[in-house]
Design a protein around this ligand. Structure first.
Ligand code: 3PY
Length: 252
């Protein structure tokens, strides 16, 4: 079954105390305002994960923003999917464009990370998206297809059915620009069609595909009303409790 998800991505923001305080506000508001079939998630920096997982309970789920592709070992500064699982997290963002851009994460590496996340019974939120140059050059469908093929289409049907996809046009991240609801819907329909071609129409129909990239309380309702948009991955607006909860409420 397709899920309705709003996932906040706090990126590298908030010290420990500020994170706990913002999250507590979010939990209290989401508890009152979330509809039964919606899932609210906060993907925080690693330092918050343990505490947030305990505070969030069933109301707000917790995710990490990255993990390493190995289980353990001499990888100074890294964190494994098993460690993330051990503190009560349920989700991990994989392949956010900032990881691809600033940390040179390739589709092949992201495929390894995705497998590790699944092995640890966590849900990957696998991000794909084109740059402005690729959009203007009209090669965005090819780029997105390659990201899917090399990143997640190696998974078995059973494993693929457990993942969430996030479409985040790179040109709409941190720029204040948003894809119009038509532009976003066009790409979401394309992704769903690619999934149907690779797996089955049923798998495609049941895959949750989120939109990310300057999604905010003003544009969320129109984006989420599109047939193939199942929610959002929210950057800046997830750092304000009222904005985040208004986006959670934006499903009709
Ligand atoms: C944004 O909204 O800018 C994001 O990058 C969400 O992940």
């Amino acid at each position: 079954m397709r899920k309705k998800i709003v996932a906040g991505n706090w990126k590298m923001n908030l010290d420990y105390a500020s994170g706990i305080s913002l999250f507590s506000e979010i939990v209290n508001m989401v508890r009152d305002e979330k509809k039964g079939d919606q899932i609210a998630i906060i993907c925080s920096p690693y330092i918050h994960l343990n505490s947030l997982a305990k505070l969030g309970g069933e109301v707000v789920k917790i995710g990490a923003q990255n993990c390493h592709q190995n289980d353990s070992g001499a990888f100074t500064g890294e964190i494994s999917a098993g460690m993330i699982k051990s503190v009560g997290c349920e989700y991990v963002i994989i392949g956010h464009s900032e990881r691809r851009q600033y940390f040179a994460e390739s589709n092949e590496l992201l495929a390894e990370k995705t497998i590790k996340v699944l092995e640890n019974e966590l849900t990957p939120i696998f991000c794909i998206g084109e740059t402005l140059e690729e959009r203007n050059g009209n090669i965005y469908f090819e780029v997105l297809k390659a990201q899917l093929e090399q990143g997640v289409f190696g998974l078995s049907t059973a494993d693929f059915s457990k993942i969430v996809i996030a479409y985040e046009p790179v040109w709409a991240i941190g720029t204040g620009l948003t894809a119009s609801s038509e532009q976003a819907q066009e790409v979401h329909a394309f992704i769903r069609n690619e999934i149907a071609n690779k797996y089955t129409a049923e798998v495609a129909e049941n895959t949750t595909i989120l939109y990310g990239g300057s999604c905010n309380p003003k544009n969320a309702a129109e984006l989420f009303a599109q047939k193939d948009i199942d929610g959002g991955l929210i950057g800046g607006a997830s750092l304000k409790s009222r904005d985040f909860v208004d986006i959670v409420k934006a499903f009709n």
